[in-house]
Design a protein around this ligand. Structure first.
Ligand code: PLP
Length: 374
């Protein structure tokens, strides 16, 4: 019996860091600043470097980061926020929580990145922001998105929850537009031992506003100058991230190497109806899942499962088919978002995934496709 291949292997990722993490947590127990410890500013300085921006602001999760970014825009009722229909629910939730009117747009197939024609058609005089997601570790085309937005003074926000460490034309994800938000959910490219998130911007006034909002809108203690919330990151979460920073570049290299092997070894299956995302030449991805698409997705997932390979479906439903978001305004029929939800399948891709496991995954997909009835 061959050993199972998990979709992610966090225990293995953290094992070599155990001593350092415990030491860093011990230091926090000693200094006692569980909130606002020096770990936060140390982490923020490192994150700003990773994203190539002047300001990184740590917060409690990727969702909180998106909410803070939208609250910072001082939205008025009727203001529209454009969100892709195929992504994790957070950007849509945050647009609603911030009191705006979200407008769902379609995505490209099979990349899941925002479709520029749908985006162009969705922009109105009421559009205040576009949240473009760098999905599956591939930065969206922010040159084109920012050019569309600039005409009408619309704020562009990158949801970089899945793309920290990626680049486009040498510019890191997080620094591709005015505001970016990321997540340190444990399975992300830079995952904490718990929840965490961050905002990125070059604008000092925005960074200042983000800091106020994540601390109950306070400019100083008990002076509430704007609506805010508790969006603070804990010192312990920051410490666990600090322990991972040195390992980030080699981990990203490993993810890219495995991605390139999948690209090459699965290429021949395109003629059998397997869809792969073509990574643009100007892009360096940072994938924590390798998304493919195929019509018999469920049968493929079952075949890989029978071979001991765990896969994941991100995401089984587009946002416009979710009960919580019924009635959300949409641009067109969102056909590619629906099609992607019905066909997408994510393969494991992480530094500890050895070449024997990669070979098994590739072989299992080839075997599944060869076994289809003709
Ligand atoms: C695209 C996207 N946006 C936002 C989030 C929200 O991040 P978090 O889980 O840290 O709140 C996630 C994470 O799961 C995500 O994948």
């Amino acid at each position: 019996m061959t050993s199972p291949i998990p979709f992610v292997d966090l225990k293995q990722e953290w094992a070599p860091l155990r001593r350092e993490v415990l030491d860093r947590i011990g230091a926090i127990l000693d200094h006692g600043r569980f909130i606002g410890g020096s770990e936060i500013s140390e982490l923020e300085a490192a994150l700003a470097q990773i994203a190539g921006v002047r300001h990184a602001v740590a917060c409690s999760s990727g969702t909180t980061a998106l909410l803070i970014a939208l609250l910072a825009l001082d939205l008025r009722p009727g203001d529209e926020i454009i969100v892709p229909a195929f992504t994790f629910a957070a950007p849509l939730e945050c647009a609603l929580l911030a009191g705006a009117r979200p407008v769902l747009v379609d995505v490209d197939y099979p990349s899941g990145l925002i479709n520029l024609d749908s985006l162009r058609r969705a922009i109105t005089g009421r559009t205040r922001a576009i949240v473009a997601v760098s999905l599956f570790g591939v930065p969206a085309d922010f040159d084109a998105i920012c050019a569309l937005a600039a005409v009408s003074g619309i704020t562009v926000i990158e949801d970089a929850a899945q793309s920290l460490g990626a680049e486009r034309n040498g510019t890191p994800s997080g620094g591709l537009c005015e505001i970016a938000c990321t997540s340190f959910f444990p399975t992300k490219t830079l995952g904490a031992a718990g929840d965490g998130g961050a905002l990125f911007t070059d604008r000092s006034d925005l960074a200042e506003r983000f800091r106020e909002i994540l601390n109950h809108g306070q400019s100083e203690r008990y002076r509430h100058v704007r609506l805010g919330l508790n969006g603070r990151m804990s010192s312990i979460a920051a410490a666990t991230l600090l322990a991972r920073l040195a390992g980030l570049p080699p981990a990203l290299d490993a993810r890219r190497r495995i991605g390139a092997i999948y690209d090459k070894e699965l290429d021949a299956l395109r003629s059998s109806g397997l869809y792969l995302t073509d990574i643009p030449a100007e892009t360096s991805p940072a994938r924590s899942q390798y998304a493919i698409a195929l019509a018999d997705r469920d049968a493929a997932a079952a075949a890989l499962g029978a071979a001991g390979i765990e896969t994941a479906i991100h995401y089984p439903s587009p946002l416009h088919r979710q009960a919580a978001f019924a009635g959300t305004q949409q641009e067109g029929q969102l056909e590619q978002a629906s099609r992607l939800a019905d066909t997408v399948l994510c393969l494991p891709i992480y530094p500890g995934l050895g070449s024997a496991s990669q070979d098994r995954i590739i072989a299992a997909l080839h075997a599944h496709i060869a076994s289809r009835p003709r």
